[in-house]
Design a protein around this ligand. Structure first.
Ligand code: NAP
Length: 254
């Protein structure tokens, strides 16, 4: 019998992470799902077992901001499943906008979105290098393409993750380790449910999960969706500053 592939998804208790967990199980992968909220993880496990039977998912409490907890989680996943084929580093957060410069917001978002992911990479990259095999998929956002109004804490972390993914692509290639960056547009999840502004081209988490699954199966470096936002952001990314500032101010009124 063919050995099943294994994906570890951080931040799998809700939203894109949860939908991706179910998508991979549907496609006969084994899923190690981690997050901080055990109740939500249990709901995911039950949903997966009800739909796809037993033995395809295990859940782990893991705060990615804690380096030791991440390492222990990876040890547990390897003990259970033998190895990890894909580490989908999806745990992330955002903070509300404030006209005041709020250092606590920045600390919170930077610690979760950047340092949390570095903790995960720290634990998987050495194992992947030793096996000369493995795939690190970092969930960033197309907001990381350029600085956007009212989102400085969030976009700075996502820009950092895009650059990090590009650098790791080069550095890990020679060890047989693949790297991808996942750049979604607006997806309806608990994270975006808090937004009070309009979110054009909003898509479901199931849509995102399918795009992510298909992109990872094709070993794409950048997995970006939906198409409408991709076109807009790719053009905005190329514009000189004066034109970029003019257009974004005009359309956002900010
Ligand atoms: N929704 C969008 O429009 C959109 C667009 C672009 C990119 N993204 C990115 O997609 C990823 C998933 O977001 P989402 O929209 O699905 O939001 P979500 O439903 O709020 O999911 C965030 C996940 O991250 C986990 N998490 C947060 N802090 C954590 C920590 N310190 N340690 C471990 N897990 C943590 C949360 O679980 P616990 O609270 O249980 O730990 C939750 O499972 C994020 O990186 C986000 O930036 C989202």
């Amino acid at each position: 019998m063919k050995e099943k592939k294994v994906i570890w998804i951080s931040g799998a208790s809700t939203g894109i992470g949860k939908a991706s967990a179910l998508k991979f199980i549907e496609n006969e992968w084994q899923v190690a799902a981690s997050a901080r909220n055990l109740d939500n993880l249990k709901v995911l496990k039950k949903e997966a077992e009800d739909k796809y039977g037993f033995g395809n998912i295990d859940i782990y409490i893991c705060d990615t901001r804690d380096k030791n907890e991440v390492e222990k989680t990876v040890v547990k996943i390897e003990k259970k499943f033998g190895h990890i084929d894909i580490a989908m580093l999806n745990a992330g957060t955002a903070s509300p906008y404030s006209d005041e410069f709020n250092l606590d917001y920045y600390n919170h978002v930077v610690t979760t979105n950047i340092l949390g992911n570095l903790n995960c990479i720290n634990s998987v990259h050495k194992r992947f290098k030793n096996r000369k095999k493995g795939h690190i998929a970092i969930v960033s956002s197309m907001t990381g393409y350029r600085g956007l109004p009212t989102a400085s804490a969030y976009t700075l972390t996502k820009a950092a993750l895009i650059n990090l993914s590009e650098s790791l692509f080069f550095d890990l290639k020679k060890f047989g380790v693949k790297v991808s960056v996942i750049n979604p547009g607006f997806i309806k999840t608990p994270l975006t449910d808090k937004n009070t502004f309009p979110m054009p081209f909003l898509k479901t988490k199931e849509y995102a999960a399918k795009k992510i699954y298909d992109g990872l199966m094709k070993n794409k470096f950048e997995i970006i969706f939906p198409l409408q936002w991709t076109i807009i952001m790719k053009i905005l990314r190329l514009l000189p500053y004066n034109l970029y500032f003019y257009l974004v101010s005009k359309y956002t009124g900010l």
